[in-house]
Every structure is written in structure tokens, then in C-alpha cells.
Design a binder for this molecule. Structure first.
Ligand SMILES: NC(=O)c1ccc[n+]([C@@H]2O[C@H](COP(=O)([O-])OP(=O)(O)OC[C@H]3O[C@@H](n4cnc5c(N)ncnc54)[C@H](OP(=O)(O)O)[C@@H]3O)[C@@H](O)[C@H]2O)c1
Length: 260
């Protein structure tokens, strides 16, 4: 059994993306083992070299099209993923799987099978990794009932007007309703690359959704991706990530809070 101080292993899905790459880098720098799942291994090696990371120690790269049918059906891939303590799902669905796409419409579903397949594989055994998903500020019925009327109405309206907004909402709903308890859905309004002075985990403010004021505080405050990744790495290694279990905290940039 792992203690809070033993090195953790994390899987990053979409490790060449904005969130996925920074998460991969910060986890490696924090001493975690990282299983990076990408569709282009050369791309991630190039990106790591550009950050002067050349040894790749602790890093395993798996090449996989995550949105292919039964992407994680391969037992060796599933086994490697389920041997991790965390799975950070930061892969963005292709346009063909968006709710408004004709192809997806023909499939009769607004959700790719990826999240469902991960949950199924995780439920079967291994370390029962914590599955971490990212979404925007969507409203989740049954979880957000105490938020302000204005926010609830605005979000519902936005969801109706733009099916694309519901995309990650539906993926997150799969986790929430799956019966698998080891999940966290992190809500971030907007995540942007840094201007340099970043990577300090203490800059991230978090709040659980129970207090309606979080919505107002978090509104429009973009999160610098290096801060986010540093915060996640710290939370993983210190064991404090466990307080997000079964939760949907907002993460936002505290640098802005003093101006609110
Ligand atoms: N950015 C934000 O402001 C924000 C805010 C809230 C929530 N989120 C959510 O957070 C997640 C990550 O966002 P992001 O901004 O980091 O996205 P991103 O920069 O677009 O990265 C997406 C990643 O998914 C990978 N990917 C796409 N299709 C794939 C496939 N078929 N197989 C394997 N990998 C595939 C991409 O690989 P390639 O490099 O090969 O293209 C890329 O690494 C998304 O779910 C997003 O909706 C983002």
C-alpha cells in the first residue's frame, strides 16, 4: 500500500496538449512515474527536449489513438494504465465526436466510449486509479443545487444553446453516475499558457462547489497552466488530492482574488 510520501505513478491522456503536457512535466519534476499516452511520440519527445528534459527517466510513452473504437481494449495498455495511482484525462475529443457533429449524431451518442471504457477497466482491478477529468463551469444537476439561481439558469441556457459546451459535461456525468468512487472533476473556466512567472502551486485557489460564492469568485479568472500543473503535482505527492475524491472543485487563480 502506498503512503502519502511514496512516489506516485500517474497516467496522462493527451500528454502533448496544453494541460496534459504541463501535467506530465510537473509530475516528472515532482518525482512521479508518468505513463504518457499520446498519438505522436515524436511530438512529446520534441516538446520535452524544448524544455531541456532529455533523460526521460520515469517516463513511459505509449502511442495510442484514444478515440479509436475500443482504444484501451489492448490488455497491455489497460494494465499499464490501471497500475497507475491517477489517470488525468486531458485528451480533447475530435470534432467528429462532438455532440453537434453529423458523424456522432449517427452514432446516437454524445459521449465517446473513452471515459466509460476507463471506468470499466478501473473497476475491474489494478490499483483502482483515481480518474481525474477537466471541464468548464457547467452546472451538474444533483450536485450544484445550492448555486445561485442566476448561475444555474445561465449555465442551463448556455448548455442548451451550445451542445458543444455539454461535451465534457457528459463525460463528467459518466464518472459521476458510474458507481466508481475514485474520481475528481476539476472545473476551470479557462486555462492559458503562462507569461513566465509561474509554476508556484501556492497561487492556485480551490473551492468546493458547496458555497455558491465560488462561482462568482471563479468567474472569468483564467488559470495559468503551469500553476495548475504545479498544483496538481503537489496535491498528488502530498496526498492532499484525496480531498477531491468524488468532488468537483473549482480551480482558479488566486492572484486575481484580491481584486474581486
Ligand atoms: N484549455 C482550457 O481553457 C480548458 C478549460 C476547462 C477544461 N478544459 C478541458 O481540459 C482538457 C484539456 O484541455 P487542453 O486545453 O489541454 O486541450 P488541448 O491542448 O487541445 O490538448 C488535447 C490533447 O488531446 C490529444 N488528442 C486529441 N485526439 C487524440 C486522440 N485521438 N488520441 C490521443 N490523443 C488525442 C491531443 O493530441 P495532439 O497533440 O496529438 O493533437 C492533445 O494532446 C479538455 O478536455 C478540455 O475540454 C480545458
Amino acid at each position: 500500500m502506498h503512503t502519502t510520501t511514496s512516489p506516485k505513478t500517474v497516467c496522462t491522456l493527451g500528454a502533448t496538449g496544453t494541460v496534459g503536457f504541463e501535467t506530465t512535466v510537473h509530475m516528472l519534476q515532482a518525482g512521479c512515474g508518468v505513463l504518457a499516452v499520446v498519438r505522436d511520440p515524436y511530438k512529446i519527445r520534441r516538446m520535452l527536449r524544448a524544455r531541456a528534459i532529455t533523460s526521460f527517466e520515469g517516463l513511459t510513452i505509449v502511442e495510442l489513438d484514444l478515440f479509436a473504437e475500443k482504444a484501451i481494449a489492448d490488455p497491455s495498455v489497460a494494465q499499464a494504465m490501471m497500475a497507475c495511482d491517477y489517470i488525468f484525462n486531458t485528451a480533447s475529443k475530435p470534432v467528429s465526436l462532438m455532440p453537434w457533429s453529423r458523424t456522432n449524431h449517427e452514432r446516437g451518442s454524445v459521449v465517446s466510449s473513452l471515459t466509460g471504457d476507463i471506468v470499466k477497466a478501473a473497476s475491474r482491478g489494478g490499483k483502482r486509479p483515481r480518474i481525474v477529468a477537466f471541464c468548464g463551469t457547467e452546472y451538474f444537476a444533483g450536485h450544484d443545487d445550492n448555486i445561485s439561481f442566476v448561475h444555474k439558469t445561465a449555465t442551463r441556457l448556455a448548455n442548451k444553446l451550445s451542445a458543444a459546451l455539454r461535451d465534457n459535461h457528459d463525460e463528467a456525468m459518466l464518472l459521476l453516475t458510474s458507481g466508481y468512487e475514485r474520481w475528481s472533476v476539476l472545473r476551470c473556466g479557462s486555462i492559458r499558457p503562462s507569461s513566465g512567472q509561474t509554476g508556484d502551486a501556492s497561487r492556485i485557489g480551490t473551492d468546493l462547489h458547496k458555497d455558491g460564492s465560488n462561482y462568482r469568485l471563479g468567474k472569468g479568472k483564467s488559470l495559468v497552466v503551469e500553476d495548475l500543473a504545479a498544483y496538481l503535482a503537489h496535491a498528488v505527492q502530498s496526498g492532499t488530492f484525496s480531498r477531491f475524491e468524488g468532488e468537483m472543485p473549482f480551480l482558479f487563480n488566486t492572484r486575481f482574488l484580491k481584486h474581486v
